[in-house]
Design a protein around this ligand. Structure first.
Ligand code: FES
Length: 208
């Protein structure tokens, strides 16, 4: 049967590059582009795959963090938490666990709480990321202010994750009862056991 592609019988074209290799080689770039959209992959995606089906190397990805655009260098395995802490120096979210079981790496992604330790940079591109740092500074959010008033921390390692989770929860449930708050925050763990004071802090924000 006559071949209509022009490939040699071995599947290799005149350049020595096989169609299968081409499809594999373009896979990483296509996957990265599909995940983040062409606008957020600034450079390097075409080099991410050597034709063996294994994506490698770094690409430049634009992240929208706390209202500003930032370029970060990301391998396919780079987590959002790694990029926030090691490239953007936003160290509020903590690397306690690689899954969401501690809640210490909680950030807001398009307004919803998410675990930055288990989200890849490529998944975060094109979304609005909000870290605990956005709730501090000169325009202090009532949630961290109430944590201070209620003495709702000891070592403080869980606190940024709690503050972000509480902010997200109260945004959706401003009049939640204590039981609803306990249920809504059950993804965040405090090894120092400051739960009672965290509930007091939330009561302050809630208005009693
Ligand atoms: S204050 Fe130490 S883990 Fe919560």
């Amino acid at each position: 049967m006559k071949r209509i592609t022009g490939d040699a019988p071995s599947g290799r074209v005149a350049s020595g590059f096989s169609r299968r290799e081409f499809l594999r080689g373009s896979g990483a770039a296509a996957a990265a582009t599909a995940l983040v959209g062409a606008g957020e992959v600034a450079a390097g995606a075409q080099d991410a795959d050597k034709g063996d089906g294994v994506a490698r190397g770094k690409i430049t990805v634009v992240l929208d963090v706390n209202g500003a655009k930032h370029e970060v260098q990301a391998e396919p395995r780079t987590t959002l938490l790694d990029a926030l802490r090691n490239q953007l120096h936003l160290t509020g979210a903590k690397p306690v666990s690689t899954d969401p079981s501690s809640g210490a790496a909680t950030v807001l992604v398009d307004g919803k709480p998410a675990c930055a330790a288990s989200m890849l940079v490529l998944q975060a591109a094109g979304k609005k990321i909000q870290t605990v740092e956005s709730l501090g500074g000169t325009k202090l959010d009532p949630v961290p202010a109430a944590f201070v008033s209620a003495d709702a921390e000891q070592c403080g390692f869980c606190t940024p994750g709690f503050v972000v989770a509480v902010r997200a929860f109260l945004n959706e449930h401003p009049k939640a009862t204590d039981d609803e708050i306990r249920s809504g925050l059950n993804g965040n763990i405090c090894r120092c056991g400051t739960y009672a004071n965290i509930i007091r802090a939330i009561a302050i924000v809630r208005g009693g």
